[in-house]
Design a protein around this ligand. Structure first.
Ligand SMILES: Nc1ncnc2c1ncn2[C@@H]1O[C@H](COP(=O)(O)OP(=O)(O)O)[C@@H](O)[C@H]1O
Ligand SMILES: [Mg+2]
Length: 549
C-alpha cells in the first residue's frame, strides 16, 4: 500500500504555485476627452508609441500623432461620428502596417490594405510597417537599368532608370496621370523578361469616378495583372490621404526586398500635403509658410528617400544576416564586403543575390505653372529630376505636353540603352533651339536656308514625339523612328504626315528587316546594325508614297 509523503505534496504544490499564471491581461486603455473633425484627444495613454495604431469602439482605427504631456492627439481613420467623448481607446502596441505580398497584386485597396474592389479579403499573412528608415548608401548601387515609359519624348530625352525618383509636375489636366498610366501599361513587356517590373499606383484625393476609370483602362490593357492600386479618394478622411503613399511604398518594398523591380507612382503629393496640413492644423501644430506645418518637407523626403536601387547582397549562411556586396564601392577595406557584419564569418564562397529596385514617380500639381511655390520647390529638390508639363503645349496639341527646356533627368542617362543614347543624344538641344528659333521667326519671313532647314527638322521632330494615350512604343521602335528623323526622311513630308510615315517605316522594317530590329532590341546597341538600318531606312524612304489627303 502506498503512503502519502507530505514533502512530495508540498513540492508539487510549490511547483504549481510557481507556474501559476494569472489569466488577467493588462491592457493600456485611455479615454476620449474630445473628438471632432477626424481628431480625437485621448487621456491616459501614457506609454503610447508615436504613430501607434489605436482602436476605438466599433473598430474605428486611429494613429497617435501628437504625444503631449496630458493627452495624445489621435487622427481617426474612420467615421468621426462613431467615436464619442468618454469612449475607451485601446492600444494595439503596433505601429501602422499594411498587408503585403503577391496577393495584393491585381487588387484595389485602401491605405490600410482593406479591399475596395469587392473581390474578398486580401489573402496574405505578411505585413510591413508604413514608415521605415530608408536604406543607407552602403546598401545602394548606382541606377543603371532603364525603366521604359514607352513614351518617345521621355525615353529619348528624359530617361528614367530603375531606382530613380522622377517628379511629374504640371497644372491640372495637362496629362500627368496619363504619363503614369502609360508607363504602367508599358511594363507589361518586362514580364516576358527575367526582370519584371511590378507597379503600385497610389491615387490620393482623386474622384472615385477617376479611380474607377483608371482601373478599367488598366484592366483593358492587361496591366492589373502586375499592378496594385492604393486609393484614398477625395471623399476619404484626410488621415487616409496622408498615409496612402507610405502604404503604397510599403507594398512596393515587399517586392524590392524579394530582389524584384517595382514602380511606385504617387498621384498626387500636393493633395497629400494638403491633407497633412488639415491634420496638423486640427492638431494645433504651429502653421508655417502657406499654413503648412514645419515638417512638411520631411513628409515627402522620407517617402522619396525610400526609392532605391539596392546593391547586390550576400545572405550569411550562419546567421542569416543581409550583407550588402558592393565590390565597386570606393571603400578602402574591400574585405568588409566578404565578411558578415553580424557574425564575422567569411562570405567569400556565398553566391551574390540581385538587389531589387524601387522607382518613384511622384506627381505634383501646380497652380498656373508656378513651380516656385512651396510644395513644388520642396519636391523638385528631393527628386532626381522632373518632367514639366505645360498647359500651353497641351492646348496646342503637343501631347504629352512636355516642356523639354526645363525637364531633366539627373541620373537616367546612365540607364539609357546605348542605341537610344546615340540617336537621341542631340535631340534635346535641337528641340530647344528649334523652340527659340520658331518664337523668333514668327515675326519675319526672310530666312536663310540653314535656319529654314532647322525649323523644318524641329517641326518634324515635335510631330514625331507626339503620342496618343495608351499606346506605349517599344524602345527599339523609338530608336529607328528617331534615327530616321536624324537622317531627314520626314523633312520632305508635311508635318501632319510624320506619324503615318513613322508607322509605315516600322511596318516596313518589321516585314523586311525583322532580324535587325530584333538584334537592336536584344542588345540595345546600334553599332552592329547601324549601317544595315540606315540603308533600310533610306530604301524605305525612296519607296514611300505619302497618302494623299
Ligand atoms: N497624350 C495624350 N493624348 C491625348 N489626350 C491626352 C494625352 N494625355 C492626356 N490626355 C487627356 O487629357 C486629359 C487630362 O489628362 P490627365 O492625365 O487626367 O491630367 P492630369 O492628371 O494632369 O490632371 C484627359 O482627358 C486625358 O485623356
Ligand atoms: Mg491626374
Amino acid at each position: 500500500m502506498s503512503t502519502i509523503r507530505p514533502e512530495e505534496v508540498t513540492a508539487l504544490l510549490k511547483q504549481e504555485i510557481e507556474q501559476y499564471e494569472s489569466q488577467l491581461k493588462l491592457e493600456d486603455r485611455g479615454t476620449v476627452i474630445q473628438v471632432g473633425d477626424g481628431i480625437a484627444r485621448v487621456f491616459g495613454l501614457d506609454n503610447c508609441l508615436a504613430a501607434e495604431m489605436l482602436e476605438f469602439p466599433g473598430g474605428v482605427m486611429g494613429i497617435a500623432l501628437n504625444l503631449e504631456e496630458e493627452s495624445v492627439g489621435v487622427v481617426l481613420l474612420g467615421e468621426t461620428s462613431e467615436v464619442k467623448e468618454g469612449d475607451y481607446v485601446r492600444r494595439t502596441g503596433r505601429v501602422l502596417q499594411v498587408p503585403v505580398g503577391p496577393a495584393v497584386i491585381g487588387r484595389v485597396v485602401n491605405p490600410l490594405g482593406q479591399p475596395l474592389d469587392g473581390k474578398g479579403p486580401v489573402n496574405t499573412t505578411q505585413y510591413r510597417p508604413l514608415e521605415r528608415k530608408a536604406d543607407g548608401v552602403v546598401y545602394r548601387q548606382p541606377v543603371k537599368q532603364p525603366l521604359q515609359t514607352g513614351l518617345k519624348a521621355i525615353d529619348s530625352m528624359i530617361p528614367i532608370g530603375r531606382g530613380q525618383r522622377e517628379l511629374i509636375i504640371g497644372d491640372r489636366s495637362t496629362g500627368k496621370s496619363a504619363i503614369i498610366v502609360d508607363t504602367i501599361i508599358n511594363q507589361k513587356s518586362t514580364h516576358q523578361t527575367d526582370t519584371p517590373v511590378f507597379c503600385v499606383y497610389v491615387m490620393i484625393g482623386q474622384k472615385e469616378s477617376t479611380v474607377a476609370r483608371t482601373i478599367a483602362k488598366l484592366e483593358e490593357h492587361g496591366a492589373m495583372e502586375y499592378t496594385c492600386i492604393v486609393s484614398a479618394s477625395a471623399s476619404d478622411p484626410a488621415p487616409l490621404q496622408y498615409i496612402a503613399p507610405y502604404a503604397g511604398c510599403a507594398i512596393g518594398e515587399y517586392f524590392l526586398y524579394e530582389g524584384q523591380d517595382v514602380l511606385c507612382a504617387y498621384d498626387d503629393l500636393t493633395k497629400q500635403a494638403a491633407a497633412y496640413r488639415t491634420l496638423s492644423l486640427l492638431l494645433r501644430r504651429p502653421p508655417g509658410r502657406e499654413a503648412f506645418p514645419g515638417d512638411v518637407f520631411y513628409l515627402h523626403s522620407r517617402l522619396l528617400e525610400r526609392a532605391v536601387k539596392l546593391a547586390e547582397y550576400k545572405n550569411c549562411p550562419k546567421c542569416g544576416a543581409h550583407n550588402p556586396f558592393n565590390p565597386n564601392h570606393p571603400y578602402e577595406q574591400q574585405e568588409i564586403f566578404n565578411t558578415c557584419g553580424a557574425c564575422q564569418s567569411s562570405l567569400t564562397s556565398v553566391a551574390v543575390t540581385r538587389g531589387g529596385s524601387l522607382t518613384a514617380l511622384p506627381v505634383i500639381e501646380t497652380q498656373a505653372g508656378d513651380v516656385s511655390a512651396y510644395i513644388p520647390t520642396n519636391v523638385i529638390s528631393i527628386t532626381d529630376g522632373q518632367i514639366f508639363l505645360e498647359g500651353d503645349l497641351f492646348y496646342q496639341g503637343v501631347r504629352p505636353a512636355i516642356n523639354v527646356g526645363i525637364s531633366v533627368s539627373r541620373v537616367g542617362g546612365n540607364a539609357q540603352t546605348k542605341a537610344m543614347k546615340k540617336v537621341a543624344g542631340s535631340l534635346r538641344l535641337n528641340l530647344a533651339q528649334y523652340r527659340e528659333l520658331a518664337a523668333f521667326t514668327q515675326f519675319g519671313s526672310d530666312l536663310d536656308q540653314a535656319t529654314q532647314r532647322q525649323l523644318t527638322r524641329g517641326e518634324r521632330m515635335v510631330e514625331l514625339l507626339k503620342q496618343v494615350q495608351y499606346k506605349p512604343v517599344p524602345v527599339e521602335v523609338q530608336v529607328v523612328q528617331i534615327f530616321a528623323g536624324n537622317l531627314g526622311i520626314y523633312d520632305k513630308l508635311p508635318a501632319a504626315q510624320v506619324e503615318a510615315c513613322a508607322d509605315a517605316l516600322v511596318a516596313y522594317l518589321r516585314e523586311h528587316y525583322a532580324e535587325s530590329l530584333h538584334e537592336l532590341s536584344a542588345t540595345g546597341k546600334l553599332d552592329a546594325v547601324e549601317d544595315k538600318l540606315k540603308a533600310a531606312i533610306l530604301e524605305f524612304s525612296g519607296k514611300y508614297v505619302p497618302a494623299a489627303d
